[in-house]
Design a protein around this ligand. Sequence first.
Ligand code: C2E
Ligand code: CA
Ligand code: CA
Length: 621
Amino acid sequence: MNKQKFYGFLRKQILLMIGLSFIPGLAYIGLGWMNNIIIPALILYTLVILVSVWGWMIYKDYEFDEMGKDDLENWYRKLSYFFYIIFGLWTLAFILYSEEVANKFHYIAIFTQIGISVVASTLLFSDRKLFLPVLLILILPLTVYALSIGELYGDILSIFSLIFLGVLIYASDNSYNLIQKNYYQSQHDALTGLYNSRHFIDYLDYVIKKIQSSKKHVYLLLIDLDHFKTINDSLGHEIGDKVLKEVAKRIRDYCNDTHTIARLGGDEFAIISDKFYDGQNCQESAYVFSEELLGILKETYVIDRHHLYISASIGVNTIGSSFTQARQFIKEADIAMYQAKSKGRDGIILFNDELAKEVEYLLKVERKLYFALEHNEIQLCYQPQLNREQKIIGCEVLVRWNSPELGHVSPFEFVTISEKTGLIIELGNYIIEEAFKTLQSWDRKGLDLKQFSVNISVRQFFHSTFLDEVKRLSDKYLNEDTRGKIIFEVTETILIEDIYRISLVINKLKRLGFSFSMDDFGTGYSSLSSLREMPIDELKIDRSFVSYLGERKSDELMITTILSMAKIYDLKTVAEGIETEEQFKFLFDKGCDIFQGYYFSKPLSKNNFELFYKESFTQLL
Ligand code: C2E
Ligand code: CA
Ligand code: CA
């Protein structure tokens, strides 16, 4: 049990004990008065009152959050004395009244002593150190008393009293073990034995309160294993669990008692340091500590004969006297951790003011984005795609957001944010609907396009409503002919899911006539085997390869490889981000099918695209 709950629980028992002592105490006075033994009864009752007042003071003195370790220990010592003394008084009462055989008071005394022993074992079971001596104080006098009778029934009674003592100790002990076990389970993670997130957050809140009053500093580490999902997926959960256990062990072995460690869930761990007097020192220590820990976590894992190499991304946050809540503190460390991930993983990032500003901006974008859709601030534009004869044969639909407060926000930014918040579903559906409408109107106006590409984000692709929504909108705006022109661009990031699930979605839509393109190809997860298994129709060479053409030999080689690979798998190829004639020539010579980029045209509004289309047509004529 944690100290706070433990002390709090015992503290409550003070009041109960005071109450229980007053009432039977009065009965003793009454009986004493009737039988002329009022003096000892009054003395006893006065003592009970004095000890109760003292107990009340101990009760009032307790302020867990304000008290230091020594204060708490002192307080606990006083509390223990209180219980010894008050139960001792009961024994005193027993000794006094057990002599009063003539009035048959000894029956009352014996019964009360047995009763109070039961009370003691119920009130104090949470503290083994306390209930054992108290039970001895209460029952041993009974045993001695029975023995002193000097008759057989007395001897038997004394043996019974010892058995009774044993039973009470056994019962208290059982309850004690049970609450300890329950308590342990409610605070710990079953797999690793580290603290769980619930306890961790409570504890962190407590630490934050403490350091605010003491002007000290602590650091917090959030550790997330890199690509742990791959281990789970490829080697199975059993191995995954063993890895997590080993990681927990390494962290525990590395941290000494000065740190508190928890597993927050999945492959995420958290560590809180001990307190530092100086903020600078705290930050430096955090960094040194993280670096060493990262090194330890990266050592090879040998699990069931598998040799595994695992890195981690660590987000660090420090806190001084400023007011923060545990959740906010963790969130900031989380942001730093994600930053470490996005910087290529296997690294450490400290949360700082710059990150805080960035986060604030992102939050602002997120808030405004909710209204952007309602207020018609989201528009689509269309970037022409040309074939080898440099004739417009299609376009890519690109989303634009012109916010009155924020100005033009890059789609990279708000698409990523809406992916995180889930708004992408609404936004994505809106984009699909507007895009379909445009294609329908162009078809009616006689613009002869061969293809029409729409970007689909990962979360949108896997959302349960994606298929139905596409079907519904295509029934509303498209016919068989125009449906055949739509190409959905997905990025390689969809490969975080298994190929089977991806193919299921793609194939269902292909049966309706839609096609698929692999966007940003060459930057992410794709491997040759996944390319072979994916039922796609087109490859889009990522802009980053195109823009370095002529500068980096490796990129030329990459493009050549991608183009020849596409030939093998019979896939159409599109190059995007073409800005110069040289880039175009190179791609043309290597056999690329379709071209897109500022060299031909920037993304255009609907009207401008129509003009551009007509102009290029008249030029060709
Ligand atoms: P993307 O799918 O790779 O889109 C191509 C990006 O390259 C577009 O940026 C386009 O404007 C830009 N671009 C095209 N030609 C050139 C060029 O010659 N030079 C340069 N420097 N850039 C060129 P944009 O419109 O800013 O979009 C950025 C990203 O945002 C897109 O990358 C895509 O991932 C996402 N996005 C844009 N529209 C949508 C959408 O409707 N839905 C989804 N899910 N994502 C979208
Ligand atoms: Ca795209
Ligand atoms: Ca792209």
